[in-house]
Design a protein around this ligand. Structure first.
Ligand SMILES: Cc1cc2nc3c(=O)[nH]c(=O)nc-3n(C[C@H](O)[C@H](O)[C@H](O)COP(=O)(O)OP(=O)(O)OC[C@H]3O[C@@H](n4cnc5c(N)ncnc54)[C@H](O)[C@@H]3O)c2cc1C
Length: 400
């Protein structure tokens, strides 16, 4: 298996291992097999189970301990590619629809979290500041494009950024829809609900191989047990690169740091998510227990040894970046970790049937991995139920 993260991911440390599921120890049949027990597999399996589908989930390790446990889980509808630039690349209609789907996904995730139980889910506002003077025009164009399509945003000039956030930046784009969540806890709650709705969840069960078999699929586990399924949904995260040949996917390394608890519950304006126009970008959020999570400083390689070697240095850099932004706040680092992170050339995810294997993949990429997982869960559910989903075309394999 791929080494997806190292160090001490805050959400995992905070929650421990809440539950262990049984390991598959016999041959089995199901209507839909979901491979992967991260947040994507959880959202897909829950969407299927609540629609009455006989779903089986298998996870090679423990639930949620892949990228999901490392995620800082800022939920934003903005993609890593600004709307006006995405429109140039994929057309205005596709770009706007992708943004709308992510905005809708935030509402859906917040509603689900309310239904399932406490998991640190809270709505937020979000500020993207201009990292340099030359990016002010980019934010101005972005604000115009967003407002044109009904997204609630406000362009702040330098004095307004200073007044509102207390730091000096040439401009900022304040967006009124965003959220945060504890992705690891949420994943566990989703799987609990999958079981409640008649689904089966197995961990420590690795799919070693799979093939199309008749009108469905046959998968074999590393213990030699066979699974027959009418539908196969691969929610295998960044490890999916082993199976698919999509050239548009790039993997790199990223770093994150969690502070000790702050003495105040709102260290800056409305606990906004903060990020910037530079690439790679720095980002910050607060947690419901008053910590600050700060991340970024991505490196364009995925070699885990090289990635881990840089962790101490990157953590110090993240700490310095925080002090530069907020010199008066008492930031003391507590947990640091790093992980593999994926992006695509056009900033959109890959959701759909992989032409090589015939399986369905849900690969939510980039800074919107989680919101795209929710979008993917809806598309997968409709596919399994034989319903046409008008948005499926946007994210299909082989689109570029
Ligand atoms: C440091 C960091 C910060 C991030 N911040 C954000 C953020 O702020 N906002 C955001 O939206 N996204 C963020 N992301 C991205 C987000 O975390 C991912 O998009 C998301 O967690 C992917 O979930 P997943 O379920 O697809 O993958 P994973 O959580 O990796 O789950 C895939 C699972 O599949 C299992 N698996 C793989 N192969 C097999 C097999 N053959 N058989 C059985 N099981 C298998 C693995 O063991 C794994 O548990 C961040 C990621 C990192 C690393």
């Amino acid at each position: 298996m791929m080494d997806l993260r190292s160090g001490m991911p805050y959400h995992w440390i905070f929650n421990g291992l809440p539950v262990e599921y049984p390991q598959l120890d016999h041959d089995v049949k199901c209507s839909a097999l979901v491979v992967g027990g991260g947040i994507t597999g959880a959202l897909c399996a829950r969407a299927l189970a609540t629609a009455g589908v006989d779903v089986l989930v298998v996870e090679a390790g423990s639930i949620g301990t892949g990228s999901t446990s490392a995620s800082t889980a800022l939920l934003q509808y903005e993609l890593d590619t600004p709307l006006h630039l995405l429109a140039e690349e994929v057309g205005e209609e596709t770009a706007v629809r992708s943004y709308q789907l992510c905005a809708y996904a935030i509402d859906r995730i917040l509603a689900l979290a309310t239904e399932l139980g406490p998991c640190g889910a809270e709505p937020r506002v979000s500020l993207q500041y201009a990292s340099r003077r030359g990016d002010v025009d980019l934010l101005r164009k972005e604000n115009e494009m967003r407002m044109k399509h009904g997204f609630e945003t406000e362009l702040l000039d330098a004095p307004a950024v200073q007044r509102t956030f207390g730091f000096k930046k040439p401009a900022g784009l304040l967006s009124h829809k965003a959220a945060v969540i504890d992705p690891y806890r949420f994943t566990h709650l989703l799987f609990h609900d999958v079981v409640k709705n008649g689904g089966r969840v197995m961990d420590r069960t690795k799919v070693e191989s799979f093939k199309q078999h008749g009108s469905g699929f046959q998968a074999e586990t590393s213990e030699g047990h066979r699974i027959h399924a009418e539908h196969l949904v691969m929610a295998t995260g960044y490890e999916s690169q082993r199976y698919v040949d999509e050239p548009g996917i790039e993997l790199h390394s990223t770093y994150a740091l969690a502070s000790q608890r702050m003495p105040m519950s709102e260290p800056w304006f409305r606990n906004a998510l903060i990020w910037e126009t530079a690439t790679p970008y720095l980002y910050l959020r607060t947690t419901p227990d008053n910590r600050v999570l700060i991340g970024g400083l991505d490196e364009p390689f995925r070699n885990p040894k090289l990635r881990d070697k840089l962790l101490d240095r990157k953590a110090k850099k993240l700490e310095r970046a925080f002090h530069k932004l907020f010199p008066d706040l008492p930031f003391a680092p507590e947990y640091q970790w790093c992980g593999t992170f994926g992006g695509t050339k056009d900033g959109l995810p890959y959701i759909g049937r992989d032409p090589k294997t015939g399986a369905w993949f849900v690969l939510g990429m980039g800074g919107n991995g989680i919101t795209f997982s929710q979008v993917g869960a809806d598309i997968v559910r409709d596919h399994v139920l034989g319903r046409k989903n008008p948005d499926a075309e946007l994210f299909r394999f082989g689109r570029s």
